[in-house]
Design a protein around this ligand. Structure first.
Ligand SMILES: Nc1nc2c(c(=O)[nH]1)N[C@H]1C(S)=C(S)[C@@H](COP(=O)(O)O)O[C@H]1N2
Ligand SMILES: [Mo]
Length: 358
């Protein structure tokens, strides 16, 4: 069962989760590749302590020749390096009312790191998938209790998604060995999908013939309108644009103070459904919109910069908004009711930044 809160005050549980799982500072949107310590974190249970010298990854289940790969074996395979924009499916949850009690993200569950690893597909081919394989299950070393069920964190991918060439087993982040909190020594990286898919601290990979029914698959990470609704699975990232909040912040409220003049507002945008083709800016809370200038995408799976010259002349209170539209024609929601769901997933409402202009 999901617990809900209606008060704007956060509970101790939510604050505890927020301290363990920090977000990216939105001013970090200026970096095309997010510095490691700025990238958001989401750790459901505890960070497991893993000895890399004895580490082995079994590839088992419905395969002809099961494999056991040491870290050396994985690193000896062909390597690819690519920027991948990652976003937690729980982003925006704190804007909902009632809101599900879980990691209380506002807009900061994001990061775009440069991941190095080896493609998964040739490993699965080497293991020899049997004809009845429907999904590939990825199990992490971390263990805990969620929805009253003791479990490892584990999730599956439909076979055709697991076989995408850009799905990798990663052992480096921004050229460094994976930090413990990001999945050391080996994690899955699945571009375009929300972050829950990219299983960290890989313990095993299992080819299965039936759909995986674990808690993180069948109960959680589903778009549901009620607890009884079986819902549909959370998969790719919806389009999303965010801005670096302009001016200077008030320490406590974070309200922005901006001086009149020409102000360059900038940020990044992304989508798991194809390139972002349009980013619009509003200075009047979303009543009127203007097209921004788009930059080059950071790789095929990264994000894309945008900027807008805001002629801010009249002192007063403003609400700055930004919204993205992707190649598939999806556009961000302006109204929270359009995106409300039981788990608070995929909430890609437009960002709203209150600004005092003087
Ligand atoms: N084993 C394991 N993998 C995991 C998780 C986890 O708790 N355990 N969290 C998932 C979720 S919900 C997200 S959003 C991403 C976060 O990755 P990051 O912490 O490296 O940013 O990892 C995913 N992989
Ligand atoms: Mo997540």
């Amino acid at each position: 069962m999901v617990k809900f809160a209606t008060s704007r005050e956060f509970s101790q549980e939510e604050v505890g989760l927020a301290l363990r799982n920090h977000g990216m500072h939105l001013e970090g949107l200026r970096y095309p590749i997010t510095p490691i310590g700025m990238h958001y974190l989401l750790i459901h249970f505890d960070i497991p302590f893993i000895d890399p010298t004895t580490y082995e990854l079994p590839i088992v289940g419905r395969v002809r020749s099961p494999l056991r790969l040491s870290l050396g074996d994985v690193k000896a395979r062909p390597a690819v390096t690519m920027p991948v924009m990652m976003e937690c499916a729980g982003i925006g949850r704190a804007h909902l009312s009632p809101r599900p009690v879980s990691a209380p993200w506002h807009d900061e569950a994001i990061g775009c790191a440069e991941w190095t690893g080896t493609p998964l597909r040739p490993i699965l081919e080497e293991a020899g998938l049997l004809d009845d394989v429907a999904e590939i299950l990825f199990t992490g070393y971390d263990r805990g209790i969620d929805q009253d069920v003791e479990q490892h964190y584990e999730r599956s991918l439909p076979l055709e998604e697991a076989l995408r060439n850009e799905v990798i087993l990663a052992y480096k982040m921004n050229g460094q060995p994976l930090p413990p909190q990001h999945g050391f020594p080996l994690r899955l990286v699945v571009p375009d999908w929300y972050g829950m898919t990219s299983v960290k601290w890989l313990k095993s990979i299992t080819a299965i013939a039936e759909p995986f029914e674990g808690v993180q698959q069948a109960l959680l990470y589903r778009y549901k309108q009620s607890e009884e609704d079986p819902g549909t699975p959370v998969t790719r990232k919806y389009p999303h644009a965010l801005m670096v909040p302009p001016g200077i912040p008030d320490y406590l409220s974070r309200t922005r103070h901006v001086r009149v003049g020409g102000i360059l507002v900038e940020g990044r945008a992304w989508s798991g459904f194809g390139t972002v083709e349009r980013v619009e800016f509003s200075s009047d809370g979303g009543r009127t919109w203007a097209d921004t200038e788009l930059g080059e995408p950071v790789g095929r799976y990264g994000w894309r910069g945008w900027s807008y010259e805001w002629e801010a002349q009249k002192p007063g209170e403003y609400e700055l908004c930004v919204r993205a539209t992707d190649a598939a024609g999806n556009r961000q929601a302006t109204n929270v009711d359009e995106v409300w769901n039981v788990g608070g997933y995929g909430v890609n409402m437009v960002q709203r930044v209150p600004v005092t202009l003087s």
